[in-house]
Design a protein around this ligand. Structure first.
Ligand code: GUN
Ligand code: FE
Length: 415
């Protein structure tokens, strides 16, 4: 298959490749290369023509809470801990009902697809059956996804408090079922955060991760009161990061930690050396008055950072808007910090496509050997007004929405 169009992608953080008016050759769902002219031997039936449009890698969101979709935009006059108690936990409690869960998850996934997020890593809730509904729906709709049943056995309201052994047994059951029955959806161990999980539960999860070679997702150092609470709960461990490490939950190249705002130099070195993915959620951090991650400093130190939505603390799953907001926040932050040069558009695209894509595999770029996971974006709203592909990309990131995305591909198949 050949696709004609204007391709933009980021082989590295500092490199935005623009291929204007070229043909991508796609075989078995994978990009094999680009051509400026079509060989005579190829009939035009094999070409899909998007000459007027730009084509970018589909977005990859490594931190999103599927059940919280029903709460987006709620409760932002509170900070993290009261926000969880007053808004988030009551919402997640509703997912004890798998019929309700299926309805919400279906709407959630439709929205993600509409907005161009075709690969993601999501928290579900503690509920096994509802989590399975999300996994099954995501598979049926063609997403590439990691999905985790949340684990919580302390500091939760009764209706979300799990028995430790039950929590581990449900986790194991889902991990096995997922491996046996699903292909594009994978299971990810999901301890909510340190204050929600006892040492016994973290130890058990660490063991399950070893046994089944599972990836891990959780939250780290998001809010000052949360960090102080973790210090109180684990006075003998040197840091928040060290707690996860002590229980085998910092799995090299296989772990996503959301936020990671308040970190010491030692914690950063540990996170860098283990190749931990830090999901930077600028919109969420603004909404819950959590803080500002020193993104530039972290990138320069070699930490793996990606842009993520953290719905519902982030109020929209649209990754183009998350990129724009991340850049805007980084500009304001740069005014007060000499070392913090603002993020560029190319870097923003990289942190929402290729960098997080590596967590899943070869997605997020159009280099040879990458899956053709792509969005076709139509931005010509005013007839006769010519715009370059790069101008169209910028306009889409700042002011585009699902109406501009006219086609979506996963593994070379329209979805
Ligand atoms: N920390 C623990 N749980 C949550 C959550 O649901 N959202 C956010 N933003 N932070 C958390
Ligand atoms: Fe979160």
């Amino acid at each position: 298959m050949f696709i004609k169009g204007n391709f933009l992608y980021t082989p590295s953080r500092k490199e935005l490749t623009i291929r204007e008016n070229q043909y991508a050759h796609i075989e078995n769902g994978v990009v094999t290369g680009f051509m400026t002219e079509l060989p005579d031997t190829i009939s035009s039936e094999k070409v899909i023509d998007y000459s007027q449009d730009i084509i970018i890698p589909a977005f990859v969101d490594l931190h999103i809470h599927a059940p919280q979709y029903i709460n987006r935009g709620f409760g932002f006059d509170e900070e993290l801990l009261p926000w969880l108690e007053h808004y988030t936990f009551p919402a997640e409690g509703k997912f004890a009902d798998p019929v309700f869960a299926r309805r919400v998850y279906s709407a959630f996934l439709k929205r993600l697809k509409a907005e161009g997020t075709l690969c993601f890593s999501a928290f579900a809730t503690i509920h096994k059956e509802s989590t399975w509904q999300l996994m099954e729906l995501a598979e049926a709709m063609g997403f590439k996804a990691y999905i985790g049943k949340v684990n919580m056995d302390r500091n939760a309201p009764d209706y979300l408090l799990e028995d430790t052994d039950r929590s581990l047994a449900d986790t194991e059951e889902l991990a096995v079922r997922c491996r046996e029955e699903l292909h594009k959806v994978r299971f990810i161990a999901t301890p909510r955060f340190v204050p929600s999980t006892t040492e016994q539960l973290m130890t058990g999860l660490g063991r399950l991760c070893e046994t089944y070679d599972l990836p891990v997702q959780s939250h780290l150092s998001e809010n000052r009161n949360e960090v102080a609470w973790v210090k109180e709960l684990h006075p003998n461990l040197p840091s928040y990061t060290a707690v996860y490490d002590a229980f085998g939950l910092l799995r090299p190249e296989k772990t996503i930690m959301a936020h990671a705002i308040y970190l010491s130099g030692k914690e950063k070195s540990l996170l860098r050396d283990k190749g931990i993915y830090l999901a930077h959620c600028a919109q969420s951090n603004a909404n819950l008055t959590s803080g500002i991650m020193p993104l530039r400093r972290n990138l320069e130190k070699g930490l793996t950072c990606t842009i993520a939505s953290d719905v519902a603390a982030g109020h929209t799953p649209a990754m183009n808007k998350q990129i724009a907001l991340t850049i805007e926040v980084s500009k304001l932050y740069s005014l007060q910090n000499d070392t913090e040069k603002a993020l560029t558009i190319g870097e923003g695209l990289y942190l929402a496509t290729k960098r997080p894509g590596r967590f899943y595999g070869r997605t997020g770029s159009f280099e040879k050997g990458y899956a053709f996971d792509a969005l076709v974006i139509h931005m010509n709203d005013i007839e006769g007004l010519e715009r370059t592909p790069f101008e169209k990309l910028q306009q889409f990131i700042y002011d585009g929405d699902d109406r501009n995305i006219i086609a979506r591909y996963v593994d070379g198949v329209s979805c």
